[in-house]
Structures are given as C-alpha cells and as structure tokens.
Design a protein around this ligand. Structure first.
Ligand code: RNT
Ligand code: ZN
Length: 420
C-alpha cells in the first residue's frame, strides 16, 4: 500500500463516518492512548528462566514445535521488541515471576526479589514500555500434585503465600520505577482431574491464603492486584478451586480487581457480557484476551465476533480507564512473533471498530423500541471503512500498514530466529 492510497482511503472513511456523526480523529486519538499488555510467555512457550527442566505444568499446554523459540532473556526481549515495532502505539509487557534474571543461580520462588527484575525494568525504561506482573504458581515441584495456595499441607500453602507476597513487592517496585501502576495477577492451577468431595476445604484454604497474601499492604499508586478464575484445565477437569464464583465473591468482598480470561469459561459463555455487571461491583477489570478452541483456552487472538463484542462493551460502558487489556495465549506451532502481532493488531482493530460505532443513533433506536433499525445499523456498521482508519493510524505511527508486515516477520525469521 502506498502512503497516498492510505491517505485517500482515510479521507473517504472520515467523510463516511462524518455522515453518521462520528469523529474519526477522536477515535484514533483514543485508540492511541490505549496500551495493551503483551504477555512475555508467547515468546518461549511459557518456559521462563529458572534453572531446571522448564517443564510446563498446571494444566496449560503450548503445542507445536515451530523453530526459532526464544531461549534466553536477550532473545525474548529482542522478539518482543520486534513484535512491538509492528504494532502502533505504546504498550506494556506482562512478565511472569519465573522470567527473572537469576544470573545463572538457582533462586526458589519464595526467595525472589526486585533485584531479579531490575534488568527487565531497565530494558522497559529504555524502550518506553510499562510492566505488568504475575506470580508463577505452576511448573514447580511444590505444585506437582495440582495444589498451591489451597493445598492441604499448611507448609506448602505458606511457601506459595511467601511467593505471592514477594511478587506483589516486585510489582510495586516495577510500578514505582516506571511511573505506571503495575497490575499483579494471581492465577493458580489448583484443582483435580476427578470428582472431589472436599471442595469446601480447598476453597476455604484458598480464601485464607489470599487473606494472608493481602495482609501485606502495597502502595496502590504503584501496583494493583487482580485475581483470575478458570473453569477447568488439563488434569483439572472436574474441579478448579478458583472458580468464577469464588473470585467474584472474593473480589467484591475485598475490593480486588478481577481478571477475565476469554478462554476460562464454558465454550458458549462469553466474557463480553460480564463487563457491564462486573463494573458495577468490582473496582477495575483486567482482561486476558485469548481464544478458546475446544479444549484449548489459549489460541492466538483473531478478529472474532466475540472480540468485537468485548471491545464494544468496554467502549459502550465508557470504561476504558477501568478495563485493562492484556493478551494471554501461547501457540508454538507458528512463527511466535507473528502470533504476537496478529493478536495485538486484531485487538486494536476490534477496539477501533467499537470506538467508531454509531452508538448515539443505536441507543436512540433501542430506547424507541425500533429493534429492526437497531439490528440493521449494527449490520451496516460492520462494513463501514474502519480498516482504512486503522491503516492510516499505522502509517501515522510509522508502522507498516496492512499485510506487508508478514514479509517483515519472514525477514526476521531468516535473519534471526531461524539461526537459533
Ligand atoms: C492459565 C491462565 C494464566 C496463564 C498465564 C501463563 O489458564 O490463563 O493467566 O495463562 O499465567
Ligand atoms: Zn489468563
């Protein structure tokens, strides 16, 4: 695409949207303010940098063995930088505790400190990224039987409580140094393959463990806690301790942010419809935008109906400042940098479409009971020239517009990842 083509198409789009009373420049500037948190774990199939076998446990799985996976911290950073160069706007990186810079030493999870993340903070500062953070309560010998914060053994619970408190301190330090609230997310794999009779015991344990975790007070100028539910995992098909009801209850009772992962519900249950409810009761929402396909909750995000519905709900609820958008998926079967770029661009496109929605007219139709008119305008809105606006946004930000980014990633594969 030539710049002149992009500009021409944009001028047409602007006039077309103006017909509907929509200010395209305003939509673009809102999109530009929207930072998406890029999950570091797509780069290396959720392996991390601890000394050990790097086996992924906890009921999550990265399938495929596409060549070129990042093996070192430098490689993860370089791949994220590459992905960021193909995404317009300023974004965040979401780190996991087992990605610490441990300097070749074995540092157990209950021993990690901010110093192990200083090189990440320095890198983020240099590149202009902000950071988010996650406790890592899986891929560890003390989670091998499937339980962590809800374990029957108080010593094991204690170990994970220590880990999560340390992670919250690290998140606080990240937010302080980077001058941007770091969201610390807690997801635990706890659950069982088969029928479990003492469900209450595990949930009581989890509640008490979380109470202890949050007894340590952090500065909410620097970090915010979020808790993530799940329906089932591989090997925890019959029972997951941290269910939706559990964390909804805990979050609402304790004023904690809730993480909604698109892949963590029944296959026909969608998170788009949860936004307007949750916003009434929880302070903020963190999203793990993902794509469930049959058993897998972590396929690469694409511009699906549900992603659009989710984006529309955020915008219709006027909640851009209360909903934090992060991605969460891991696909080891395709070029991993490509997987990042496809997912972030899809998310931005969905949000842009939502920002360009003729909402005033749609609301008026709805209020008047004009439901054919509402449906028809929603359908027409789908084919309005929003893509021309996205291309223009890319061009303005100095980022390749359209499919030309594919060749750019192929070149990086030739020059960099294929040599690994
Ligand atoms: C797992 C959760 C969790 C993880 C990451 C790696 O089902 O979605 O968020 O994907 O912590
Ligand atoms: Zn998630």
């Amino acid at each position: 695409m030539k710049d002149s083509q992009i500009s021409e198409a944009f001028e047409y789009a602007k006039a077309r949207y103006a017909d509907l009373g929509i200010d395209v420049d305003n939509a673009v500037s809102q999109l530009d303010k929207l930072s998406i948190s890029l999950h570091c774990w797509q780069a290396d199939d959720v392996t991390g940098f601890e000394i050990g076998d790097g086996e992924l446990t906890g009921g999550i799985q990265a399938t495929g063995n596409y060549p070129g996976k990042a093996r070192t911290m430098a490689e993860v950073r370089s791949d994220i930088d590459k992905a960021m160069s193909l995404i317009p706007g300023e974004h965040r990186v979401n780190l996991h505790a087992f990605y610490g810079d441990f300097g070749g030493e074995s540092v157990d999870r209950d021993q990690i400190e901010p110093k192990h993340f200083q090189s990440w903070i320095d890198w983020a500062k240099e590149k202009g990224y902000k950071l988010d953070f996650n406790s890592t309560c899986f891929s560890h010998e003390k989670s091998a039987d499937g339980f962590t914060l809800s374990h029957r053994d108080p010593a094991i619970r204690e170990f994970w409580i220590d880990h999560v408190i340390r992670c919250r301190k690290i998140a606080e330090e990240m937010g302080r140094q980077l001058d941007s609230k770091c969201i610390h997310n807690i997801w635990i794999p706890d659950g069982s393959k088969d029928v479990t009779v003492d469900r209450l015991l595990y949930r009581k344990n989890l509640k008490e463990s979380l109470d202890k975790v949050f007894e340590y007070k952090t500065n909410d100028e620097y970090m915010l806690d979020s808790i993530e539910c799940k329906l089932f995992g591989i090997g925890s098909e019959s029972f997951v301790v941290g269910s939706h009801e559990f964390y909804m209850g805990y979050g609402v009772a304790n004023n904690k942010m809730i993480t909604l992962d698109s892949g963590h519900f029944h296959p026909t249950e969608v998170i788009s419809d949860k936004i307007s409810s949750l916003l009434l009761f929880a302070p903020e929402i963190m999203l793990h935008v993902s794509r469930g396909v049959r058993w897998d909750s972590d396929h690469v995000v694409i511009l699906s109906d549900e992603l659009l519905a989710l984006s529309q709900e955020i915008i219709r609820c006027n909640a851009l400042d209360r909903v934090h958008v992060g991605l969460d998926y891991f696909d080891a079967s395709i070029n991993r940098i490509g997987a990042y770029v496809v997912g972030v661009r899809a998310t931005q496109k969905a949000l842009l479409q939502a920002l360009l929605e003729p909402i005033t007219q749609l609301r008026a139709f709805e209020a008047n009971g004009q439901n054919f008119e509402r449906l028809a305008l929603l359908e027409e809105a789908k084919s309005l020239p929003w893509a021309a606006v996205y291309d223009y946004y890319c061009m303005k930000k100095g980022v390749i517009a359209g499919e030309a980014y594919i060749a750019n990633i192929q070149q990086y594969e030739i020059d960099v990842t294929s040599k690994r």
